[in-house]
Design a protein around this ligand. Structure first.
Ligand SMILES: Cc1cc2nc3c(=O)[nH]c(=O)nc-3n(C[C@H](O)[C@H](O)[C@H](O)COP(=O)(O)O)c2cc1C
Length: 170
């Protein structure tokens, strides 16, 4: 039997768990100052000019670093990179630049770390920020894009990771 959530906040969290999303690592900074977080709140905004938006919690290190650097890179993960999703969500006990030692990274235009084997890297300059109670919405002007090898995207739904292993249905 499914237990019904009571408060509107609980209902909202349960509702958001029904959104299947891609899993991304958002990075910023260089060398010892590199940092990043796992994020599903990444959305295409406009094509002309190419822009994305991301939502990042105020309290993490990456938020402060993004404000200071004015840049970020969205690295879209494949199913082999689930361990990186956990690592950059703080689940492996590693912080800051330590998280980058388990994969190969390079840089595109902004200098933010670009994961070498990502499905795609989307390198951005922060054009605008809107602050909410707990998160900032960063609008990123895309400055460079690099495609990786074709692979199954890593998906997230209802607290679990999934693979898009089935054929397209439409
Ligand atoms: C699948 C998944 C999606 C997430 N999406 C976001 C997101 O869009 N924005 C965000 O601020 N945190 C998101 N988080 C949480 C952050 O990854 C996590 O709080 C953060 O990395 C902790 O970083 P810290 O250890 O550097 O403080 C997500 C976590 C997971 C596992």
């Amino acid at each position: 039997m499914t237990t019904e959530p009571h408060s509107l906040e609980e209902q909202f969290k349960a509702a958001m768990r029904q959104l299947a999303t891609a899993v991304n690592i958002i990075t910023t900074g260089r060398g010892a100052d590199r940092c990043g977080l796992t994020a599903s709140a990444v959305c295409s905004l406009t094509v002309t000019p190419p822009m994305v938006l991301i939502c990042v919690n105020h309290f993490g290190e990456a938020h402060r670093a993004m404000l200071a650097n004015g840049t970020f890179c969205v690295n879209v993960l494949n199913t082999e990179q689930r361990f990186l999703a956990d690592m950059f969500a703080g689940r492996a006990g590693l912080a800051s630049a330590e998280r980058f030692t388990h994969a190969q990274w390079s840089e595109l235009h902004s200098g933010a770390p670009a994961l070498d084997d990502a499905l795609v890297n989307i390198d951005c300059r922060i054009a605008e920020r809107v602050q909410t109670s707990t998160h900032s919405v960063f609008f990123g002007a895309v400055e460079a894009i690099r495609f990786g090898r074709p692979h199954d995207p890593l998906l997230h739904f209802d607290h679990h990771y999934f693979s898009l292993a089935t054929a397209s249905i439409g």
